[in-house]
Write a protein that binds this ligand. Structure first.
Ligand code: HEM
Length: 498
């Protein structure tokens, strides 16, 4: 009796959450299941599988209705519409679906989660850190991280034991971003390391669950006092940054890193008004105060963005290169030609001399986008004339990056790693390549990531040949419960010095 009562209450609750929003709106829609809507596939196969399955629902439609748990959403299939939403009509779609409430989630105020005028203001303060000159400077420390990684690789080649390349690449990106952000070297290559697994913890199964729960009910999320990401890791990073800021202030020291920029932003805003008072823009978002806590959140999201997504992309790239030795040789030949010509390793000044390496990176970025599905929220109602559809404020927009980039319509033989397609002038169709997002909300670290990958890959291929080890499970399995499109099985490689 109690059981049936509970089921009835749950069903009633579900019915009250507008599960059939798209009925009568004049577009096709995928039939939602109770509570999970059309996101049930995530539970079975993760986000990549979900994106692919949603993409296949109505292959002849440009867009259609879905339910993201109980919220009505639109699945955008057509790249032209993706481009319009992210670029042309950005003013109507300024948010993504990731936001959290800053009042109770201590991580809610990071750039990725911000909306409206608050997002615009914070983004405008952070963008100057990512100019080509600043990125080049921040990446000048890559060589230091590589020299630590070579110790691991040399040991592996000496003993003949295979190396788990995915783990090593994670250590490299962790060390690079720690130096770029905080001006310190991490302990990530040591056995007992605080930094190890830090970024992985942020992109954990728990983070996926928190994302899902926030989508189902913000109230429940608040009531249970949940946090978006792992709190211990968050506090660990915060302590580090606090100590660095205090030390610099006390000793009047200056660095050439992100922390220094943050100190300057905080100093400039110190003078403005009462720090206690909360002010709001007309769109209801908070006026930033650029306090330490607020600025730490930005360093935090850059750390998170900077470690795991770049490491994952590189792992997939090496996964392809160890299976396509010809491609690996072509990358290395190009690198060694630069080394011979300039009598030094590849730097960012050589970018025009390594087109095949860049093409290989582009191809890995196409095949393995770190985030399989991206989102926007309609923040201002709009009539979409291309589809004769009124989109209401609050409607979720989902576009399946991975599925579009694996569509043979845009990339012939899409599941084959073929860097040449980018050398042959693969025509960029607007809205098709969205691994880093699109429009004003494009990934802030896109150029940092691409250049970092180029430097790491060229440094490693200059020194070693990598072969797949029999311990590697081919194909690599994908992590199904993480928000990031990462392998869940290790990439074991044999390391042969050049
Ligand atoms: C291969 C590596 C990377 C991939 C695939 C990637 C992908 C993305 C994507 C898809 C978004 C959301 C864009 C959107 O909604 O349109 C994003 C946002 C962001 N990324 Fe990255 N990213 C990478 C590396 C980095 C790096 C290295 C950094 C920093 C150094 C970074 C910092 C950020 C930040 C701060 C945002 C939030 C931007 C905003 O909402 O305004 N990312 N990234």
């Amino acid at each position: 009796m109690v059981f049936w009562l509970l089921i009835s209450v749950l069903c009633l609750l579900w019915l009250l959450t507008r599960p059939f929003y798209w009925v009568g709106k004049g577009i096709k829609f995928a039939y939602p299941l109770p509570f999970v809507g059309n996101f049930g596939e995530t539970l079975r196969g993760g986000l990549v599988q979900l994106g692919r399955s949603l993409y296949q629902k109505f292959p002849d439609e440009r867009l259609y209705g879905i339910h993201v748990f109980s919220k009505p959403g639109l699945l955008i299939r057509d790249p032209e519409l993706i481009n319009n939403i992210c670029v042309r009509d950005f003013d109507h779609f300024t948010s993504n679906s990731l936001g959290s409430n800053q009042e109770y989630d201590s991580m809610g105020g990071n750039l990725l989660f911000l909306h409206g005028s608050q997002w615009k203001e914070v983004r405008s303060k952070l963008s100057p850190f990512f100019t080509p000159a600043k990125v080049k400077h921040m990446l000048s420390n890559v060589e230091k991280s590589i020299s630590k990684a070579t110790k691991v690789l040399d040991e592996s080649s000496r003993t003949g034991d295979p190396c788990d390349l995915g783990v090593l690449l994670g250590q490299i990106t962790n060390d690079v971003i720690t130096q770029s952000l905080f001006g310190i070297e991490s302990d990530v290559f040591e056995e007992k390391s605080f930094f190890k697994n830090l970024a992985a913890l942020f992109f954990s199964t728990k983070a996926t669950m928190m994302f899902s729960l926030r989508n189902v009910s913000q109230t429940l999320f608040k009531y249970l006092r949940l946090q978006s990401f792992d709190l211990d890791s968050f506090l660990f990073l915060k302590k580090i940054m606090k100590e660095i800021v205090e030390q610099r202030r006390e000793k009047n020291m200056k660095g050439a890193d992100f922390v220094q920029g943050i100190i300057e932003i905080m100093e400039n805003h110190k003078l403005e008004g009462n720090q206690e008072e909360l002010k709001y823009y007309p769109d209801g978002t908070r006026v930033p105060k650029f306090t330490f806590d607020e600025m730490f959140l930005q360093a935090f999201i850059i750390f998170m963005g900077g470690v795991e997504s770049s490491a994952t992309t590189m792992t997939w790239l090496f996964y392809e290169l160890v299976q396509n030795q010809e491609s690996q040789d072509r990358c290395r030949d190009e690198i060694l030609a630069v080394v011979k010509k300039n009598k030094r390793s590849v730097t960012l000044d050589d970018i025009n001399d390594v087109p095949y390496n860049l093409a290989a990176i582009n191809e890995a970025v196409r095949m393995y986008p770190a985030f399989a599905i991206l989102s926007r929220i309609c923040t201002k109602p709009i009539y979409m004339s291309e589809c004769d559809l009124n989109i209401e404020k609050g409607t979720l927009i989902m576009y399946p990056t991975e599925a579009v980039q694996r569509d043979s319509q845009y990339f012939p033989d899409p599941n084959t790693f073929n860097p040449d397609r980018f050398l042959d002038g693969c025509p960029p169709i607007s809205g098709v390549q969205t691994t880093f997002g699109l429009g004003p909300r494009l990934c802030l670290g896109k150029s940092f990531a691409i250049h970092e990958i180029l430097l790491v890959v060229s440094s490693l291929l200059e020194r070693y040949k990598f072969e797949i080890n029999e311990k590697t499970k081919v194909p690599l399995e994908r992590a199904k419960t993480r928000p990031i499109n990462s392998p869940s099985t290790p990439l074991w490689v044999n390391v042969i010095p050049i």
